[in-house]
Design a binder for this molecule. Structure first.
Ligand code: SF4
Length: 56
């Protein structure tokens, strides 16, 4: 994965993620998986980027 890649279709501000673009608020991946940890998601807080990988 090339961290200089800015996927303009995936805006993201989670720069503690290994897949975050190194310049700008974008994901560097070509696609991501979004899911939920809730049975009946009702708010944005109920959803998760499941492609997240911690930088540490
Ligand atoms: S994988 Fe998810 S959390 Fe990580 S930079 Fe991409 S969109 Fe953001």
């Amino acid at each position: 994965m090339d961290k200089s890649n800015k996927n303009h279709s995936i805006k993201c501000t989670v720069d503690s993620c290994k897949n975050h673009c190194d310049s700008g608020a974008y994901c560097a991946l070509s696609q991501i998986q979004v899911g939920t940890h809730e049975k009946n998601p009702a708010k944005d807080q109920c959803t998760d980027c499941q492609s997240f990988e911690a930088t540490w």
